[in-house]
Design a protein around this ligand. Structure first.
Ligand code: TRP
Ligand code: ZN
Length: 876
């Protein structure tokens, strides 16, 4: 067997044949579903008349194939494991085929599969080829008519995209439903669901006065967990009308919750399918974070109706065209609905930890890759989140009004088409007149640009000289990098006045907050009429996805922490200040020197805790130390133990020094209001729980009593889970163990709560975690076939810095064993799960060797193309 080969963007050819209309009939059966397809096919006018028809098809058993009613003899076509090749076809014809597939043995969860007995589909990116023979590429767009036939008892509900047009009863306890989707779509947006589902129904009146029926389909026991998703959907529909002028285009919009799902959710036209974890909420079972996540994902999938479905991608290299834009849209929606600064802080903090790590590792790729082996490996933080940052930069460069005009032009000009990133950026350039040529490099260059900045105040001339130098480190396949167009939003904060000073550059007054454009390798910006010595506040609101280094003193940072007018940079100054202290402590730990706490950090925290900061949500973020993963990102070589020890030392020192302040904050933010996921309540809970986190760092009796009471009160899952986590992560097993046991028994029936129960246990720092993981893998609530369980138990363990990276290598071996098993069952999940091992270069030599050994062991297996691609890059 030869190694899987990549496909290249430069090899793109338009399809020789279009499918204009697709009719499908599914006769459902767990082991032998029959799929009949009638495809109305036309040769493209400019295609060669001899062009063969090549249809994708994998894991299908072909029963019959006919053209214009004439069954094809065996000699008329060639069949391989991947394609059906028909050499001689007319200019326009009807292709009819029948295949058999086995949904019940589909553990990859691509194509048609069963989850809890229910039938469902996942076709993005290339899953439709596991349903029928078809040109499975997004630039082939057809209208669809779908007939679903199922068992009336086990599948009372039969759903597909678009509008229901007929239904009825058949013989032998069977029934059918017919659905029609009038909007031409690529086959990756096809969906079918059949099972014993129950619905919650609501409606939305669109801006032009049309009434849209909204349905959320779930298993019966989850009917009480749908309210928040439905409310979120209605908010998202209204927001897209108001902010982007986008109206929904069918009379029905459906969301279905399924338990087995590879990703968060999928934007199938009119029939979104969701991982139950991304849609179901109840105050007793879901945390604030889940409520917010659900709102964001519901909005994301809904927004795809325009950015993705009405205007789709020409090919999968353009994936960020729909994903980057849609993530940007959902981020803005969540910012508008909740606290905008907190949303930005949380997004950036995640981005700088996880996407920066990806961009610095062996799988680094541009937001438009130029080749891939397996497209599902490219649903990455780079394509999604960095893609969103690039769209955000466009918005900032053009200003909202021009950006919105560009968006309008894009949707109008390309409605119903499959297009490219150039088409999108072209609209932005056309409406604004901006030159975006250099900007396009963001799409083709991988790696995180670094800016080295320094500044000098010239008293004599009242000038501030700011020099910015950019470099992007080499990434695999891209040794040389060109300078990027980097918008740096900034201010100069006067050290006397504590106010933003007016920025004057080359005689032009720019205001107190402005964007400067770094386009060369190095540029010096001379600000004039600077009346007092300033501290620069750079990259406000994280105006570009870069690492910015500036030699701030701790005094500078303490000053920005209280005076910066940009909320994001106030938070970031605190993070930088904490990082300086952490760096010292990491060094002390490594050198075996006594650790000493930086009093400036203590005083900064005291100011925050006792000051009059009104935004509790921002305050909670400011009191949160950089995560161990983020700290690790900043180190040349990751020393997991030193990082853990340093961070714990800071947490404990702050708790000792500010115990009374934390107790006061904890007590002042109690509430017995009924739970609601409102920004105000969430802010209050976050603040209360971060205070409790500090108190538990010293495990004094009062802190433990707070946790026990909060856990026992069962007011809402946010509070219960936080208290339980703190207990389980403490050394008080005498209290933690019974609590954990009670929680596990109480929620044994609820898979989403059991996921949390798994994660809490395997994230503790104590050294018994590996044994626990092995033990929990045998627990009845665990199943290796369910991606949520794998993420909650194995994925969470691999994020446990001290225990996954044990020096005996057993953490790595456990992960490799699971990857090897999953490689056969679910290659997409296996390839994601292996990620932590691919970051071996970041660790000390001993761990490097251990991690590589496991990658080599995986490589010796017969691998799916998914796992092969990742492991191959990691070992290159
Ligand atoms: N398009 C989906 C989204 O961003 C992503 C997705 C859902 C997906 N399921 C998938 C991608 C399976 C690849 C494979 O919302
Ligand atoms: Zn998406």
């Amino acid at each position: 067997m030869s190694d899987p080969q990549p496909v290249y963007l430069s090899d793109y050819q338009p399809p020789a044949y279009q499918v204009t209309h697709t009719e499908l009939t599914f006769d459902l059966d767990p082991a032998a579903t029959r799929v009949k397809a009638r495809l109305h096919i036309e040769r493209h006018p400019s295609a060669d008349s001899q062009a063969p028809l090549v249809l994708n098809g994998e894991q299908l058993t072909l029963i019959s194939v006919a053209i214009d009613g004439n069954s094809l003899p065996d000699a008329a076509y060639q069949l391989t494991d991947e394609v059906l090749h028909i050499a001689d076809v007319p200019e326009a014809f009807m292709l009819e085929s029948e295949v058999e597939i086995a949904p019940s043995s589909n553990t990859a969860l691509e194509g048609l599969y069963q989850s809890n007995g229910m039938y469902c589909t996942q076709c993005e990116a290339e899953g439709f080829r596991r349903i029928t023979y078809y040109p499975d590429r997004p630039d082939v767009m057809a209208t669809f008519k779908v007939t679903v036939i199922g068992n009336a008892t086990s599948e009372p509900v039969l759903l597909a995209n678009g509008n229901p047009i007929n239904q009825g009863v058949l013989e032998n306890g069977r029934h059918f439903a017919i659905w029609e989707d009038p909007h031409p779509k690529p086959c990756y947006l096809f969906a079918l669901v059949a099972g014993n589902l129950h619905k919650v129904e609501d409606s939305f009146e669109t801006v032009s006065g049309r009434n849209v029926t909204l349905q959320l389909w779930v298993e019966q026991e989850n009917l009480d967990k749908t309210e928040h998703a439905m409310a979120s959907l209605k908010r998202a529909m209204a927001w897209d009308e108001q902010v982007y002028g986008r109206e929904y285009d069918l009379d029905l919009f459906m969301i279905v919750a399924v338990n087995d799902f590879n990703m968060g959710a999928m934007e199938n036209k009119g029939l979104n399918i969701f991982n139950s974890a991304a849609v179901l909420t109840h105050p007793n079972t879901a945390t604030d974070a889940t409520f917010q996540n659900v709102e964001g994902i519901v909005a994301h999938e809904y927004f795809h109706n325009w950015s993705g479905n009405r205007v789709t991608c020409r090919d999968w290299f353009q994936l960020s065209l729909k994903e980057g834009f849609t993530v940007f849209r959902d981020q803005c929606f969540s910012a508008d609905t909740n606290s905008a600064p907190v949303k930005r802080i949380q997004d950036v903090s995640f981005f700088r930890t996880a996407q920066f790590a990806e961009d610095a590792g062996p799988t680094a790729h541009p937001i438009r890759p130029d080749h891939f082996i397996e497209i599902t490996n490219f649903y990455t933080l780079t394509i999604y989140e960095k893609g969103a940052e690039v769209v955000r930069m466009l918005r900032n460069l053009l200003g909202w009004e021009d950006f919105r005009r560009g968006s309008d032009l894009y949707f109008e000009r390309f409605d119903g088409q499959a297009v490219t990133i150039e088409d999108f950026v072209g609209c932005m350039a056309e409406v604004s007149g901006a030159d975006l040529n250099q900007f396009m490099r963001w799409y083709s260059q991988a790696g995180t640009p670094e800016i080295d900045a320094h500044g000098e105040y010239d008293y004599a001339h009242a000038e501030y000289h700011l020099t910015l130098r950019q470099r992007t480190p080499a990434t695999p396949g891209q040794p040389e990098k060109l300078p990027l167009h980097i918008p740096v939003r900034m201010g100069l904060v006067g050290t006397k006045s504590g106010q933003d000073l007016t920025l004057t550059l080359s005689g032009e007054k720019l205001g107190k907050d402005a964007v400067i454009h770094l386009t060369d390798d190095e540029q010096t910006f001379v600000f004039t009429d600077v009346a007092e010595a300033p501290v620069p506040s750079l990259l406000r609101d994280f105006s570009a996805p870069v690492k910015l280094h500036f030699p701030y003193s701790r005094e500078d940072l303490a000053f920005l922490l209280t005076h910066d007018s940009d909320g994001f940079n106030r938070w970031d100054a605190g993070q930088r200040l904490a990082m300086l202290a952490l760096d010292d402590l990491i060094a002390a730990h490594r050198n075996g020197v006594e650790k000493v706490m930086d009093t400036r950090v203590v005083e900064a925290f005291r100011t925050l805790l006792t000051g009059a900061m009104s935004d509790k949500a921002v305050l909670a973020e400011m009191l949160t130390l950089p995560s161990e993963a983020y700290i690790a990102e900043q180190q040349p070589i990751v020393d997991v133990d030193a990082i853990h020890a340093a961070r714990e030392f800071v947490r404990q020192s702050l708790a000792v020094a500010l115990r009374d302040e934390f107790v006061a904050v904890y007590k002042a933010n109690q509430s017995d209001e009924p739970y609601a996921p409102t920004p105000e309540q969430i802010a209050q809970r976050s603040l209360k729980n971060i205070a409790l986190t500090y108190l538990m760092a010293i495990e004094d009796e009062e802190g433990i009593a707070f946790c026990e009471t909060q856990f026992a009160a069962e007011h809402n899952m946010t509070d219960v889970r936080h208290a339980l986590t703190l207990l389980v992560h403490s050394d008080r097993d005498d209290i933690a163990s019974p609590a954990l046991k009670a929680f596990g028994e109480k929620w044994a029936h609820d898979p989403l709560v059991m996921d949390q129960w798994f994660t809490i246990q395997v994230s503790r720092p104590q050294s018994d975690v590996l044994d626990r993981v092995q033990y929990l893998m045998q627990h009845p609530a665990f199943s290796i076939k369910n991606p949520n369980k794998v993420r909650a138990l194995i994925g969470a363990f691999a994020q446990n810095r001290v225990n996954f990276h044990r020096l005996d290598g057993k953490g790595y071996a456990l992960l490799a064993d699971v990857v090897i098993e999953l490689n056969r069952l679910n290659p997409e999940i296996a390839a994601r799960l292996v990620t932590p091992l691919t970051r071996w270069q970041r660790f000390d030599e001993e761990r490097q060797q251990l991690m590589r050994d496991e990658l080599v062991r995986i490589k010796q297996e017969p691998l799916s193309s998914n796992v092969f691609e990742v492991v191959e890059k990691a070992l290159a």
